[in-house]
Design a protein around this ligand. Structure first.
Ligand code: 5GP
Ligand code: ZN
Length: 115
């Protein structure tokens, strides 16, 4: 845990969030500034700075987190219509919170390539 990490504080309950799904090791909550009608962030409860470091440290956790993104898509009713998973990593990708999070984006047509 990192006490100066915003998403660790959400896991602790010290910062409120709208939780849509939770397992013992993963939390899914709505993005505060949604970029699409469905915009959910799926995070491990344990602090890892980015997707690569999570996958290297705990491959089972990374796999579980991916499975939870699929459950979130079903709960949000977008599994059939489609959705995008994004792990922004580093400065050029505009990662702003250095606690790994998978964006689940859906509910409108998502252009490709992204801007
Ligand atoms: P990144 O740019 O690091 O990939 O994404 C960070 C995301 O966290 C952004 O989409 C931003 O809107 C979201 N975010 C930042 N602060 C908060 C917060 O306090 N609560 C929630 N629910 N989302 C946040
Ligand atoms: Zn953290």
């Amino acid at each position: 845990m990192s006490t100066d990490c915003l998403f660790c504080r959400i896991v602790e309950g010290a910062v409120p969030a709208t939780v849509v799904h939770e397992t013992d090791i993963v939390l899914a909550f709505r993005d505060i500034d949604p970029q699409s009608p469905t915009h959910v962030l799926v995070i491990p409860k344990e602090h890892h700075p980015d997707a690569a470091s999570m996958a290297a440290a705990d491959p089972a956790l990374a796999g579980h987190l991916l499975a939870v993104t699929g459950e979130v898509a079903k709960l949000e009713g977008v599994d059939a219509s489609g959705y995008r998973l994004v792990f922004n990593t580093g400065a050029d990708a505009n990662q702003t919170v250095f606690h790994v999070h998978c964006h689940v984006l859906a509910g409108r047509h998502l252009s490709w390539p992204p801007g």
